[in-house]
Design a protein. Structure first.
Length: 404
């Protein structure tokens, strides 16, 4: 009969006789919740836990999309790999800015002849989404945009962005410049392990070194925070982000947040593609972040928690097999009902003439969602009392010969 019990911690009082398979972390993750994106217009949505990889929700996560200026996260992390001196001087040259005005590219405001620092270029790429700053990084590291793009694609493959390909450092549209929501989330999950990246992309504003046109430096503002403040949009829990827009990509936002013990990474993309002035992507991010406050990181079981027991009957005594978790398991889940352990293992078994094996499945569920499942195998040692074994053997022979 199936047993059911609420999670609890019990002391290990009796001898453990079980030989069972290890209890795994994340054997099954909680089912992604489609209700998180109901009513939202973004065609591509992906939210995951940056530490465990658990997916909280997803919409078309592996369909090819255009990343627009979310590309600049890759541009910056590649630059951070190669440029260690933040005060290194970069002289802006014609090839770094050629064609940007004609392409209607967003720029930080650097012009040919400016002498800026690596730090200025990094913030210029991240906060105002400057294509001039992105190209300045590319030429400084690799001598050309094409050489730099080769480094970007190599980095993307190292991160595991198997469905992505990049042809520029800026995110300007090209049919061969593409990614997926899952890949962009993987990129951001990787990037936020870098302290300098976190510092840059979580900043609200930055002032550059003096330039030819701006002797006091260029004041740069985060495209996310500036628009959110201007339109009065709350982004509860948000730490940092990167926006993107082209007509082909629509409005995009990649972000990370800390909410109720969870470190989350999110992507919502291809929203309001026909309106350059739309802030629908920020409204949708606000809705997602607010809904995610209804989740929390929950410890499902801790190491050594009792998961189940089986009583073994011997002729002169009973012993209890205790099955404990060998891992601490945590999951991001909606607040409310506690997780429940169910087990198909038998409650009790009698020792016999030979060792026995009993098997069953232990599951952890919450609100009908299967979170973890593991098959358990227990070895039951044979009866060791001599007279009890004689009696068992006699009964076995008697029954085999048809006694009644």
């Amino acid at each position: 009969m199936e047993k059911k019990k609420y999670l609890r911690i019990l002391p290990a009082l009796l001898m453990v006789l079980a030989l069972f398979q290890p209890w795994p972390v994340n054997a099954y993750a909680e089912t992604p919740d489609p209700s998180l994106y109901e009513g939202l217009g973004s065609d591509y949505i992906y939210i995951c836990d940056a530490e465990s990889g658990q997916v909280l929700t997803e919409r078309n996560p592996d369909e090819r999309m255009y990343p627009a200026s979310m590309t600049k996260m890759l541009t910056v992390i590649v630059a951070l790999d190669h440029l260690t001196d933040m005060d290194q001087i970069i002289e802006i040259t014609d090839p770094m800015v050629d064609g940007l005005a004609e392409a209607n590219a967003t720029v930080a405001g650097f012009i040919t002849g400016d002498r800026i620092t690596v730090r200025d270029a990094l913030y210029g790429a991240a906060l105002p989404s400057g294509a001039d700053a992105s190209n300045a990084l590319a030429f400084t590291v690799a001598g050309s945009v094409q050489n730099y793009v080769d480094l970007m694609n190599e980095k993307a493959q190292q991160i595991g962005m198997s469905s992505s390909h990049f042809v520029n450092s800026t995110g300007l549209h090209d049919d061969n410049h593409y990614s997926t929501a899952r890949d962009i989330a993987s990129l951001l999950s990787y990037c936020i392990k870098n302290e300098q990246f976190v510092e840059i992309f979580s900043a609200k504003k930055y002032t550059s070194s003096p330039t030819l046109l701006y002797p006091d430096g260029i004041e740069m503002r985060s495209t996310t925070w500036y628009s959110a403040d201007y339109f009065g949009i709350s982004l509860p829990g948000l730490i940092g982000s990167k926006t993107g827009f082209t007509y082909e990509a629509g409005h995009c936002l990649a972000w990370w947040a800390e909410i109720n013990g969870m470190k989350l990474v999110g992507v919502n993309a291809h929203c309001d593609e026909d309106d350059i002035n739309s802030h629908g992507h920020l409204n949708e991010s606000s809705a997602l972040l607010n809904d995610l406050h209804g989740y929390e990181k929950t410890t499902v079981v801790t190491q050594e928690d009792l998961l189940d027991t089986v009583v073994i009957h011997y002729s002169d005594h009973d012993k209890t097999v205790e099955i404990h978790s060998d891992e601490t398991i945590s999951e991001d889940m909606r607040t409310g009902n506690a997780p429940v352990i169910t087990s198909t293992l038998t409650d009790e078994v009698s020792a016999g003439l030979d060792d026995q094996e009993i098997t069953g499945i232990i599951r952890i569920e919450k609100d009908g969602h299967l979170m973890f499942e593991k098959g358990i195998r227990i070895t039951v040692p044979k009866e060791r009392n001599f007279w009890a074994r004689v009696k068992m053997r006699w009964n076995s022979i008697f029954n085999k010969n048809g006694g009644n």
